[in-house]
Design a protein around this ligand. Structure first.
Ligand code: PMP
Length: 362
């Protein structure tokens, strides 16, 4: 078996070893076709069945919610920040945004460029160290949608429950926690996620949405930025990122083999508990960045007494083979991203490293 790093990268991030090995095995000759999947037409039956299978698996893992469709797009989750207002904000309508950190802020700013955007809840004043209360949102009358970021990758917060927005569609950026646990897709009008954390490699963005939201894009929106273009053409209007979609299908197969979203959640909770327990039992040596109730089970953010000690932590952790523990450059500190494919053993190794680092430096 190849030697694998203790990879805690925030995205692109660790992929399941089983998936990489399977992909490697069929890399140069996919299913006896004499070519890799990257080399074949996206209009051929072989590729199309992979494409459709990936869509089916995505829906199946969600219990096949009625009336929902899957699209594959490019341009990352960042392009969704613009597609939402372009497709859903007609004259006089407002997009309502829940502000929880760096990514919701980017989504909001993009909407403001293109139409009216309104903040309905925010914890910006508290430096996003906790999530705002979203139990009762006061939505403007002309709200076309409410936007929420389920997991703030940089700050390390994660919603455990979502607001009930009644007949107004709730749109969620799930880029950094999609499929980390079971969830009810029907509470959302549209779910989007860049693949490069929990679903596969970068290059494809998954959208899962109620069909009626995908069919009515305004005619004056450029073709490639209209949801309806993808909906009408089964995401095959132009050349899709075929290799990335194939990889997503393989990752979804792996999730199914791991016991589906329930199985994945069980391991994710153990992984997160290991690291948060180290932080909480360290008598202040390690300090979590966000309120305990709002902690993410995907991105564990923490600090040490000062920046010098944090630098030392990064240095020693790298020497010990741990990759990607530096916090995002905008907030500093430390962050362990423990997406689905990060094995429990890697979190155990990190927890042990945290213990020994504390012993050496306290
Ligand atoms: N939303 C969230 C929550 C993210 O974590 C990221 C990427 N880290 C993005 C959006 C942007 O994704 P992309 O790089 O695919 O545009």
């Amino acid at each position: 078996m190849s030697k694998r790093a203790y990879n805690f990268n925030a995205g692109p991030a660790a992929l399941p070893l089983k998936v990489l090995e399977r992909v490697q095995a069929e890399f140069v000759d996919f299913q006896g076709t004499g070519m890799s999947i990257m080399e074949m037409s996206h209009r051929g039956a072989v590729y199309e069945s992979v494409h459709n299978e990936a869509q089916e698996r995505l829906l199946s893992l969600l219990g096949n919610p009625e009336g929902y469709k899957v699209l594959f797009l490019q341009g990352g989750a960042s392009t969704q920040f613009a597609m939402l207002p372009l497709n859903f904000l007609s004259e006089g309508q407002t997009g309502s945004y829940i502000m929880t950190g760096s990514w919701s802020d980017k989504a909001y700013k993009e909407a403001k460029l293109l139409g009216k955007a309104h903040i309905v809840a925010s914890s910006a004043d508290e430096k996003y160290m906790r999530l705002p209360n979203v139990d009762s949102l006061d939505l403007p009358d002309n709200t076309a949608y409410v936007h929420i970021t389920s997991n703030e990758t940089i700050e390390g917060t994660q919603f455990k429950q979502f607001p009930d927005t009644g007949s107004v569609p709730l749109i969620v950026d799930m880029s950094s926690d999609i499929f980390c646990k079971p969830f009810d897709a029907t509470q959302f009008g549209l779910i989007y996620a860049g693949a490069q954390k929990n679903l596969g490699p970068s290059g494809v963005t998954v959208v899962i949405a109620r069909e009626e939201l995908l069919t009515s894009s305004p005619d004056n929106v450029p073709t490639m930025l209209r949801y309806s273009t993808y909906e009408k053409n089964n995401s095959l209007y132009n050349t899709p990122p075929s290799f990335a979609i194939y990889m997503v299908n393989e990752v979804l197969k792996w999730i199914q083999e791991e016991g589906g979203l329930e199985g994945i959640e069980r391991i994710n909770q153990q992984k997160a508990a290991l690291l948060y327990d180290r932080i909480d039992s360290s008598e202040g040596f390690y300090r979590g960045c966000v309120d305990v109730a709002d902690r993410s089970i995907m991105n564990v953010t923490f600090r040490l007494a000062n920046e010098d000690l944090e630098k030392q932590f990064i240095k020693e952790s790298e020497q010990a083979g741990f990759i990607g523990l530096k916090g995002h450059r905008s907030v500093g500190g430390l962050r362990a991203s423990i997406y689905n494919a990060v094995p429990l053993e890697n979190c155990q190794a990190l927890a042990e490293f945290m213990d020994s680092f504390k012993q050496r430096h306290s």
